[in-house]
Ligand binder design. Structure first.
Ligand code: DC
Length: 241
């Protein structure tokens, strides 16, 4: 893969390589399904020239892989065992950090209805979440990040100063999913994401909460960018950045 950085993620994690002297900046964007996380996270990453990380895609990849291998997604031990053994690698593909399995990124396969239905089950397994947290923290080896997910500000990078939580009304989120040609029980997904025991979806302490209902992606990403830039400016003038 030309022009991409790659790193093996199994079996033994390597220490992250840091670029430059300062610690990478992580902008954490959490929130409910179809609240606009992906659209806004991509826009913000592009504007700041940071790497974009879709952590939902990582959980989806595991769900797809389990289905493909005939692993019972309702058997936490079997799912955890897959995580210990699968051959994965992180790569930077044009500014998007991707998780490859056996050298492959299942771009289409992770968006099918079958994978979407399976993913909350694998995402609820505590050992899976531990594995994903280690993996996601190692994404900082690629530089500054905009990382979207459900537990980035609460669990993966709780130390970051840049935390955002997006939400929108259920009706608006359902409309957005339908416009993408996806029919999904969002209320049920919200319940599953926020009621699981391991790293449930919740508003991170200190996060800026943005209701994206009735707002354009331009407006939402502008607000995030303004807040990130102003914080960076304050850090620079304090000499802490
Ligand atoms: O954002 P998404 O719809 O691609 O996420 C897919 C599933 O993965 C969803 O059920 C929530 C779960 N997920 C998670 O538990 N933690 C994350 N950091 C990201 C996604």
């Amino acid at each position: 893969m030309k022009g991409q950085q790659a790193e093996s993620t199994s079996p033994t994690p390597r220490k992250p390589r840091r670029r430059g002297r300062s610690k990478p900046i992580v902008v954490a964007i959490d929130g409910t399904s179809a609240s606009g996380k992906s659209t806004n996270a991509k826009r913000v990453a592009k504007a700041l020239n940071f790497r974009y990380v879709d952590t939902g895609a990582m959980y989806r990849t595991l769900a797809w892989y389990c289905l493909k291998r005939g692993v019972d997604i309702h058997a936490p031990k079997a799912v955890a065992a897959v995580c210990r053994k699968w051959k994965t690698r992180l790569v930077d593909a044009d500014g998007q950090i991707r998780l490859l399995v056996d050298g492959y990124y299942p771009e289409r396969e992770i968006r099918t209805a079958e994978t979407s239905a399976a993913v909350p089950h694998v995402a609820a397994v505590p050992q899976v979440r531990q594995w994903m947290k280690r993996l996601q923290r190692r994404c900082a080896q690629f530089g500054n990040l905009v990382m979207e997910g459900r537990d980035i500000g609460t669990n993966v990078f709780p130390e970051t100063e840049f935390k955002f939580y997006l939400d929108a009304s259920l009706a608006e989120r359902a409309k957005r999913r339908e416009a993408d040609g996806i029919r999904e029980d969002l209320a049920q997904r919200d319940r599953r994401d926020s009621q699981r025991a391991a790293a449930p979806l919740m508003v991170p302490l200190g996060a800026v909460v943005i209701d994206t209902s009735g707002r354009t992606p331009e407006e939402t990403s502008r607000e995030i960018l303004d807040r990130v830039r102003s914080k960076l400016e304050t850090r620079r003038s304090d000499g802490t950045g």
